[in-house]
Design a protein around this ligand. Structure first.
Ligand SMILES: [Zn+2]
Length: 278
């Protein structure tokens, strides 16, 4: 959430009030909708830029309502161009042109081709339709306090259909801050532990947003450097107790945690590794 929220704020500050002048599809087809056509946006004013989960939403003036929604996935990037370039860098998806001699280039590192964009009309929420409540909403807070969901908290926090806007990096950091095991199920948590978890989630996201708001321009660098507290830092000392952070593979990705702070000293079994050993 923090990276896309701050990006949405920068796009609005840079382009709010500008007129959409056209688009250049580049490279693979990142456009996920056939109707309405992006050509219908030409001449409309960009009135607002928002965010929902990991999606950035560009709202335009005029009737019927039109929005562009885009998604960068892990390796997607955004360049602000002033004046617009004519180049087609590797991994380019689309270039949107705006008045004031400005353009936004969406591109993607690597070969996954997961970045994409949608043009949506009234009543069509496209990829936003199946998202759970935003992590900062009262709806999610109430759900977290009362749910008897038996899944692991880490799994829940990464499931965008349950809660939108956390992701695995902040899930690692939130569980560490809340001193809870990444393997804890939500229904096993006491009311006090749930409050601690909720506070920790909101704190790590607020810290992340503050850091992201110090960026300028688009989101261009190859490595974005998200500065997590424990995520991606296995083997380094825990910033709270100084013991080594551990990693455990789970559901095709890696969780980082501190045994002393989170699991009463217990090292979590790595299922993938134990299968290989057998
Ligand atoms: Zn620790």
């Amino acid at each position: 959430m923090p990276q896309m929220q701050a990006l949405a704020e920068r796009v609005e500050a840079w382009l709010g009030g500008a007129t959409f002048e056209g688009f250049e599809p580049l490279g693979f087809s990142g456009l996920k909708t056939a109707v309405p056509s992006p050509d219908e946006l030409v001449g409309r004013t960009l009135t607002r830029v928002g965010r929902r989960a990991k999606y950035v939403v560009l709202e335009f003036s005029g009737e019927p309502e039109r929005r562009i929604v885009f998604h960068l996935s892990q390796a997607g990037r955004v360049d602000f161009e002033e004046p617009p370039k004519r180049t087609k860098p590797k991994g380019s998806v689309v270039r949107w042109k705006f008045s004031g001699d400005k353009a936004v280039l969406v591109r993607e590192f690597g070969t996954e081709r997961k970045a994409g964009w949608w043009v949506l009309g009234p009543g069509d929420d496209g990829p936003l339709a199946t998202l759970g409540p935003e992590v900062t909403s009262d709806e999610f807070a109430e759900w977290l306090r009362t749910s008897d969901d038996g899944r692991r908290v880490h799994t829940i926090l990464r499931d965008q259909h349950t809660v939108a806007g956390v992701g695995r990096g902040f899930a690692d950091d939130a569980l560490h801050r809340a001193r809870l095991s990444p393997y804890a199920s939500l229904k096993s948590l006491s009311p006090e532990e749930r409050e601690r978890l909720l506070a920790a989630i909101l704190e790590v996201l607020a810290d992340g947003l503050e850091r992201e708001r110090s960026r300028t321009g688009g989101l261009s660098a190859n490595k974005l450097g998200e500065h997590f507290t424990v995520h991606g830092k296995a083997g380094l000392p825990c910033p709270v107790c100084g013991d080594d952070l551990k990693r455990v593979s789970y559901e095709s990705h890696e969780i980082v945690y501190c045994p002393r702070c989170q699991t009463g000293g217990k090292v979590l079994a790595d299922r993938r590794l134990s299968r290989l050993v057998k």
